[in-house]
Design a protein around this ligand. Sequence first.
Ligand code: F6R
Length: 241
Amino acid sequence: MKIIITENMGEFNKVAADIVSRQIKNKPDSVLGLATGSTPLGLYAMLIDMYKKGELDFSRVKTFNLDEYRGLPKDHPQSYYHFMYENLFNKINIKDENVNLLNGNRDESYRECADYEEKIKAAGGIDLQVLGIGHNGHIGFNEPGTPFDSVTDLIDLSERTIEANSRFFDSPDQVPRQALSMGIKTIMQSRNIVLLISGNSKARIAAKALNGPITQNVPASVLQLHPFVTVVLDKEAAVYL
Ligand code: F6R
């Protein structure tokens, strides 16, 4: 595991953007795994900036998002589909047919999940997966206790996650109780992973995930077993390392 501790969010975003842009420059048809949430917003803003300056070309890039709520319409302001188009895809030259998100509205979720696994395989696997981490150590929506050999599946969200995500909804009742998420095994099959951790509220879980025992109770601890993981932290998140 390579650990990079940055001084501030400017440097944090730049280090993350350098990793992603290097991947795209080295392999213009890269397959990227992407995350939503607050943490990667600065990274996405920098990638948009690089594209606008003519430094990055997304025309051959393919993406697979980690997860999507079950039952929110695509155009709902809190759907991850909406998040990704608003914060990245509408502002770069990626092709719609190269964007992949789980469909949280398909009746047979298990088929959607199986098809997603197949699509990732057909694309040649994920070259670089961007991850954030939940306060409970989740990656994607793989909550504590998820087996390390899990594949893409329908997940019941934990109370902690519902509470954390309720900041984006008018009330906690409106937060969907289920989501579709890439599995832990699916994530671990990515060739390279960059895990982004920022803010003091993530400091304890960062220490557990990176230095603690490898356990299903802390899903992100599985990343200690992956050969090519870079963890980028700001100094607030790194205080207990
Ligand atoms: C999002 C995802 C989640 C988030 C995590 C951290 O697609 O898979 O695992 O990365 O919940 O979210 P933020 O960045 O909002 O703290």
